[in-house]
Design a binder for this molecule. Structure first.
Ligand SMILES: [Zn+2]
Length: 403
């Protein structure tokens, strides 16, 4: 079995070892070493990356996995023979980040237990942020803030974090926050002095101050409870920096202070809504005027109106069709517009014998668009730029002749 050097020192990045097994997995080279400082993916913490150097040649470690039988597999970019002496170098920046996130999780999970008796049921470490799932029916923003505050106080107190190995029977007496599901031999306990005691095989800080800070992010309901997203240490700084840049950009658009951005957005949305309403009212009035101009009292019955509006959109010709066919006289309106998506609207005053839906289907079959509707009102649309104005106009004339 591999001697896990990281069990005793999370800040050991360089070590010497010997290859005791060489294997192939899915076409990838893997080696087992007699001792290693590389952390394999387990307990929610992601594996280390780094290099193995043998005879002056550098070989990249691309993944580290923990097998059920206790073997640690180092996936390597090149083959290494059994018996080779290697020098291992763990990517220190990546490890430090993982140590901050993982240790921060211990503190945060303990804070949720102490304040609200909400146990952590799972932990996930992602590339950008981490999450814990709490077993609870709900978590208010105020509660989350309180847990964040307590966790950061524990970090500021710089409490020592001790590792010790204890037999299972003895560990049961100690009131651990969490006992591993199956365990043989001694338990590895992580003791945040005076705050949290739990069993864990991961890599941790020497004292809570090394976590730096904890910043809580999104809180969402999930099947098993509530998911809390968080970032620790340098990730918290990078996240806060990104948030600030985003807010600053948004504030510059409104020429306001960043804290006034929500109020500015509320105002803008209200203004946009009011402007939309006003525009719709104007459009209705315009449609009304157009309808009055197009309707001729002396015309035959039904009066057939064909009209193409190159600069108007679908909403306008729909409104116009409604106005034209809402009166007492019998009207058939064959309208088309060119702004945005070219659209056709066919409508008739209810109670006449023509079928607008069928006429529209025929028109669309001819033009290669999609559309349909009822006997009195139908609409069809064409892809933007699919047809020129002249062709649309002549189609309206052709449809009028069919009536
Ligand atoms: Zn841990």
């Amino acid at each position: 079995m591999t001697d896990r050097l990281y069990y005793h020192d999370s800040f050991l990045y360089d070590f010497d070892a010997r290859v005791v097994e060489a294997l192939m997995f899915d076409g990838k080279h893997a080696v087992v070493l007699d001792r290693t400082a590389f952390y394999p993916t387990s307990g929610g913490q992601v594996h280390d990356l780094g290099m193995l150097t043998a005879d002056g040649q550098q070989i990249a470690v691309t993944e580290v996995a923990d097998e059920e039988n206790g073997r640690i597999l180092h996936f390597a970019s090149e083959k290494l023979a059994v018996g080779t002496q290697v020098h291992g170098a763990v990517d220190a920046a990546r490890r430090r980040d993982h140590v901050q996130q993982h240790s921060g999780q211990h503190v945060l999970s303990a804070a949720f237990i102490q304040l609200f008796n909400m146990p952590t049921v799972s932990f996930h470490m992602g590339e950008e942020s981490c999450t814990i799932d709490l077993e609870t029916a709900g978590l208010s923003a105020a509660q989350a803030q309180k847990a964040e505050q307590l966790a950061n106080e524990v970090i500021a107190e710089n409490r020592p974090v001790a590792i010790r190995f204890v037999p299972l029977g003895e560990a049961r007496q100690l009131g651990l926050r969490k006992l591993p599901p199956k365990q043989t031999g001694d338990l590895r306990l992580i003791d945040i002095t005076g705050f949290d005691l739990t069993a864990c095989g991961g890599t941790h800080v020497r004292a809570t101050g090394q976590i730096g800070s904890i910043l809580l992010r999104k809180i969402e309901k999930v099947k098993q409870g509530v998911r809390v997203e968080f970032v620790c240490g340098l990730r918290a700084v990078n996240t806060a920096r990104r948030d600030y840049t985003t807010l600053t950009e948004a504030a510059a658009l409104y020429s306001s202070h960043i804290y006034d951005v929500p109020e500015q957005i509320r105002k803008s949305l209200a203004e946009a809504k009011a402007a939309g309403k006003a525009q719709h009212r104007l459009l209705e009035e315009l449609a009304e005027l157009y309808a009055e101009r197009l309707l001729a009292p002396a015309a035959g019955s039904p009066q057939i109106i064909t009209q193409f509006f190159p600069d108007r959109d679908a909403l306008f010709i729909k409104l116009l069709a409604q106005k034209l066919t809402a009166g007492k006289s019998s009207v058939i309106a064959l309208l088309a517009c060119g702004a945005g998506q070219p659209t056709l609207v066919f409508a008739q005053t209810p109670g006449q014998k023509s079928n607008m839906g069928q006429l529209m289907k025929d028109a669309m079959a001819q033009l290669g668009g999609r559309g349909g509707g009822s006997a009195d009102m139908a609409q069809g649309g064409l892809a933007t730029g699919a047809i020129d104005d002249e062709k649309l106009k002549s189609l309206l004339q052709e449809t009028a002749r069919k009536l």
